[in-house]
Design a protein around this ligand. Sequence first.
Ligand SMILES: [Zn+2]
Length: 482
Amino acid sequence: MKPPKLIHHGAHEGVTGSCHQLWMDDTYSLLIDCGQFQGVDEGLGGEDPLGLDFSIEGIKALVVTHVHIDHVGRIPNLLAAGFEGPILCSQPSARLLPIVLEDAFRLSISRDQEQLERYLKVVEQRIIALPYDHWFTLHQTDAVECKLRLQPAGHVLGSAYVELEFGGADATSPRVVFSGDLGAPHSPILPDLTPPERADLLILESTYGDRRHEDRAHRRERLQAAIERALADEGTVLIPSFSIGRTQELLYELEEILHEKIEAAGADAKPGKPAKEGAVDIDWPQIPIILDSPLAGRFTKTYKELQGFWDEDAQHRLDEGRKPLSFKQLITVDSHDEHMRIVDHLTETARPAIVIAGNGMCSGGRILNYLKAMLGDPRHNVVFVGYQGQGTPGRDIQTHGPEGGFVMLDGCRIDIRAGIDSVGGYSAHADQADLVGFVTRMKEWPKAIRLIHGEDQAKQRLAEVLEARYREAGKEGDVSIP
Ligand SMILES: [Zn+2]
């Protein structure tokens, strides 16, 4: 059997707009993801970052690897173009996807409630939730049979890599695997991924193909130290965060810090007594933790409802009666009025508090009001826990803040006097070693690998490392960059 035809409609020249079309026979194909181009990649898919520059004829189904916008953002346009097939995804993704699409619809298409509800109804009718680790037949004719299986990818809740197996009369069951975005080990809440047994063709992401992550096993301790440094001069600690994945991980780790502090205080038989740690003396059990993002609030609520998909450590906390995503000190802010009241209150009083707000790179969202009000005051602090893209306000604050520079927010120049800190080890992506491990931990290494979803340098470097591994192991494999 000849290798199935494959065309990349995104994420082959950059890291966003993921969309790949794989033909099951001469007529019928399926799409893996239908993401939006973002940031520097806008324009790769034509004038309109949401535009579809391909025909939908013969596309039988859309498979969604996970619900990040660069993997699902063009679904509205796919539907508008007349796509009538099902949207296949994991069970958790089936719950999270409508929330993501609702937000995207409001932001980029229309705020009309009736139109939105009509659209969401269509989306929900199309979504088919597939359990992990089960084969499903997608397409069957006399000549060919195509089956699909989803496996946890450890990236965000619901993330999956996709295995496709081609059978039929003249087939030797070749297997094609799409990695989607792969997660890194030691991610809270999510079980670590297990690589596939085999692949004839692997379509592999390469976001961090040229990098190794900072140590992840002790990042919680580093987060705690950064927050304690920040709180030492009172004031608010602002943590800009993306609403899906990162926010829930942060809450989970903050709950752990609080749990330890309260246990330690209990051991002293003086509840509420601040625990002494080094030179910093922070009254953790009294600090409000404010989640100021309605979208992150919705995701967090859904994450809680999907407890059955949490990892062992998270299950263990639940068994102990703990509430990792809804602990006592957590305050969720919903309305805009309430949001503005909290911004004003914390700005004036500089009362110690931890605020998590979106978006993660400070290019929009409620974090902006906090930054505009607080960046000029040395009592406040910003702690970054994620990558800040080039050209984003987050990157400017991170770079120029520590030397007393300024940032432009909403057209205003804001001088930075607040403390700025960054904690590494929070990426939701596999690094070079994890990506190589995804390949070399397979029982049968892929015969061919195509690298996508990475900057040129990342793809080049990953290709070199993979080729070297194949050579060392005396195995045959073709690594290419489309
Ligand atoms: Zn992703």
